[in-house]
Write a protein that binds this ligand. Structure first.
Ligand SMILES: [Fe+2]
Ligand SMILES: [Fe+2]
Length: 326
């Protein structure tokens, strides 16, 4: 019997998951996703092989480098990167950031573009308790998975940049206090507000893209400059956003155990952002000027993906379309 022809109307993500379970991977070669949602669900399944806990991925992790998986990953990422490049081309003169001073100015300009999306202002001033919990469940914290991303980003760096990423990572680890590790603080928040765990398949496509950006950057060594920019941007923007979450907590009378995760990020991330720029980006661009535009590009990617995510979140929770940030 001849195998079924590669069909273009068949959803790819479940077939990838199934092939990873059975080990029958060759039929995946050349397959295309049916839409952007299918693209990101597929890529997230592949990124799990690289970065998810082994007890979650199981034996499928052995297929991480299989040629058929690499074929799917590379083609889907190429199409996505072409879209990201298009968005970047609209950023104009930011690509001239080939000196540390220009790179810093450009990073700060990108960070200012959507530092406080309308969704956060709505959260602080208007959302009810149920909407707040749903928002936080979708948001997943300002820096979900950040500890592993920082550790992936520092591979091959040296000097001041390496030290800064190590310091940032150690802050994520609660500076050695198991009780203060950021993921532990987030688990306590989840418990304190009875936050629902939203399955990946139910997330809006913009949330899938936002999550997948970390995987794209963490599994492609050649995108290390872009990753340095994307993670730096996250730090530059997290502080004020966390303060608005705290404002919502105060307004709605959140339980005490909900606070530490956002208090920690509201306090520490402004320093993380400043240090990431001054101690990681400045010396890196001074040494490798050609990295400057790419670092800013990575920040722009994260910013653009984030903007899409917060607009969709605002629409989903309020039914109101958010005005684009000025
Ligand atoms: Fe954190
Ligand atoms: Fe941070």
């Amino acid at each position: 019997m001849t195998p079924p022809a590669l069909s273009t109307n068949r959803t790819l993500a479940p077939d990838v998951a199934q092939a990873l379970r059975t080990g029958e991977l060759d039929p995946l070669v050349g397959r295309q996703p049916v839409d952007r949602r299918d693209r990101f669900l597929t890529l997230l399944t592949v990124y799990d092989l690289h970065t998810a806990p082994l007890e979650q991925v199981g034996d499928a992790a052995r297929h991480q480098g299989h040629p058929a998986v690499a074929d799917v990953k590379t083609r889907l990422e190429a199409a996505w990167l072409a879209e990201l490049e298009l968005a970047w081309s609209e950023a104009g003169r930011l690509e001239e950031a080939t000196t540390p001073e220009r790179a810093v100015t450009a990073m700060r300009a990108v960070a200012a573009r959507d530092r406080l999306p309308a969704a956060y202002k709505w959260l602080a001033d208007t959302a009810d308790w149920e909407q707040l919990v749903d928002f936080l469940a979708l948001e997943g914290g300002p820096d979900g998975g950040f500890d592993d991303l920082v550790s992936a980003c520092q591979v091959g760096l040296s000097g001041s940049a390496k030290l800064e990423l190590a310091q940032n990572y150690w802050d994520e680890m609660g500076n050695g206090d198991p009780d203060a590790v950021h993921t532990v603080l987030h688990e306590r928040l989840v418990e304190a507000v009875a936050m629902p765990r939203i399955p990946r398949g139910e997330l809006p496509v913009e949330a899938l893209e936002r999550a997948a950006l970390g995987g794209l950057l963490a599994t492609n060594r050649w995108l290390q400059p872009e990753m340095l920019g994307a993670l730096g941007l996250l730090e530059l923007q997290a502080g004020p956003r966390c303060r608005l979450v705290l404002k919502a907590f105060d307004r709605l009378g959140a339980p005490a155990a909900a606070y530490p995760f956002y208090v920690e990020h509201a306090e520490v991330d402004p320093r993380h952002g400043k240090d990431w720029v001054e101690k990681a980006i400045v010396p890196t661009v001074a040494e490798r000027p050609e990295w400057g535009p790419r670092i800013v590009k990575g920040a722009w990617w994260r910013s653009s993906v984030n903007l899409g995510f917060f607009a969709s979140l605002h629409l989903e929770l309020t039914g109101e379309r958010a005005r684009p940030a000025a």
